[in-house]
Design a protein around this ligand. Sequence first.
Ligand SMILES: [Zn+2]
Length: 122
Amino acid sequence: MAWTLNSLKLEYTKSMEEGSLPFLECGKCGHRFYYPRVTCPSCGSSVLEIRRSSGRGKVFSYTWFRTKDGRDYVYAVVEMEEGFRVYGNVEGKVDFDSPVSAEFRKVGDGVVPIFVSLNGEG
Ligand SMILES: [Zn+2]
């Protein structure tokens, strides 16, 4: 099916409100990606299907920053079980290949994915 950016974003929001991380799969070349686009970044096809991820992935790379009031944040590239990558915040102890699970937080009118480390405390 052919998408518009708006219809994609609506489907993404719905999926996340229902607790699933969405992604797109190209019907031509099979490429999988997260960021909503109406054409495949690999082959340019507009035959794209929305799928739902298991929500499980591993930390591919990460960085952290500290705010002025001393709070630490981790920002990571997470490689999902389905083979696509997502950028997002990770809560908990993080290292390369740390297993993480997607959760969803309401931010303003939208929903955003955040990742929770399954490495346990500290
Ligand atoms: Zn493609």
